[in-house]
Write a protein that binds this ligand. Structure first.
Ligand code: FAD
Length: 322
């Protein structure tokens, strides 16, 4: 049997890849239910490898390109792409973003109006990353939980992991050396009068924000990037900045209701590249930073391939069949 600590997106994706190759898997999760998770539950759910390349290493793009197809196995993925816009006086931001990224095309005001009528007349130009996608991370986690349980995976909620596990997916709680927390704050708003259908990135000069539609007028606005280990709720400053930028993106969002705010700690290595780390008998799947939904499928596949190539190793064979 393979034991996993943590039922965030890393633990669940790992369980899926291991169990679908025939392994018996148990996950220990200290939270009482999926919503007790602080990081995966708060995510925006963007599957946006090419936009992320603005600041991320090429390795993140490589890890992320297959994520859309992987998630489509279990959950609804909106494949409508990402639209990147900038305030008219900050058009240079758009040029800079375009220089640092690939797989996009420039769209005119007329095309923006066709793609997103709610933004008609507001922006003269945008970048369209047509192959990107987004999902509802909460629904995706629930759907993935169903999929792993259908493969026989046992998830023990309300159960801290024992001292030794085969796979450690506890995010910041793993205590892994070199891991640092990057605090991300977000807001959920209900804006039934503004209809946007795809992820919009708004290159606001003070705080770039994104808006991810969750359907039925709900939008996630994210996210701050703060080098801090504070678990405190969102600060007034961050709330003002996120909501102010959303209001600048579309004044109609000023009439939205603020239904939820949250703050989570993203686990990140110094280079912000997620990876597997073998420590003693335990393989860590960690450092997913702002790319948990994007990179967990590829890392989980790597993990499962490692486990299954190790069948010559008596120790691992014993673990898998016990
Ligand atoms: C605001 C925000 C927006 C984001 N947006 C995106 C996005 O759009 N796209 C994207 O791809 N990524 C996004 N991310 C990043 C993504 O959420 C993280 O990379 C991902 O959630 C990390 O997953 P994880 O499974 O490694 O860690 P976690 O989600 O933190 O999971 C770790 C789990 O381990 C459990 N645990 C801890 N200690 C123990 C213990 N002793 N025993 C058992 N269980 C334990 C915890 O309860 C938790 O459930 C965002 C993050 C934030 C904060």
């Amino acid at each position: 049997m393979i034991t996993i600590a943590g039922a965030g997106v890393a633990g669940l994706a790992s369980a899926y890849e291991l169990a679908s190759r025939g392994a018996r898997v148990t996950i220990y999760e200290q939270g009482e239910d999926p919503s007790d998770n602080s990081c995966s539950w708060l995510a925006g759910g963007m599957l946006a490898p090419w936009c992320e390349a603005e600041t991320a290493e090429p390795e993140v793009v490589r890890l992320g390109v297959g994520a859309k197809a992987w998630w489509q196995q279990f959950t609804k993925v909106e494949t409508r792409g990402t639209l990147v816009v900038a305030p008219p006086r900050d058009r240079a931001e758009l040029t800079r973003f375009a220089r640092r990224t690939q797989n996009h095309r420039i769209v005119s005001a007329a095309e923006i109006a066709e793609l997103e009528p709610a933004l008609a007349g507001r922006y003269g130009q945008a970048l369209f990353f047509e192959e990107e996608a987004h999902l509802d991370p909460r629904q995706a986690m629930l759907d993935l939980i169903k999929a792993v349980q259908a493969l026989g995976v046992e998830i023990l909620y309300g159960t801290p992991a024992p001292d030794r596990v085969d796979v450690d997916c506890r995010g910041m709680a793993s205590g892994l050396q070199g891991l640092r927390p990057v605090r991300g704050e977000m807001a959920l708003i209900d804006a039934p009068d503004v209809e946007v259908t795809r992820t919009i990135r708004f290159l606001h000069p003070r705080i770039p924000v994104y808006l991810v539609p969750r359907g039925q007028g709900l939008y996630m606005i994210g996210a701050t990037m703060i080098e801090s280990s504070s678990w405190r709720p969102i600060t007034v400053r961050s709330a003002l900045e996120l909501l102010g930028a959303a209001f600048a993106l579309h004044p109609g969002l000023g009439e939205a209701s603020l239904v939820e705010t949250g703050a989570g700690l993203r686990p990140a290595f110094a280079d912000n590249i997620p990876r597997l780390v073998l420590q003693g008998e335990t393989t860590h799947v960690n450092g997913l930073y702002r790319h948990g939904y994007l990179a967990a499928p590829a890392l989980a596949r790597q993990l499962a391939q490692q486990f299954f190539q190790e069948t010559s190793d008596a120790d691992h064979r014993e673990r898998r069949t016990a």
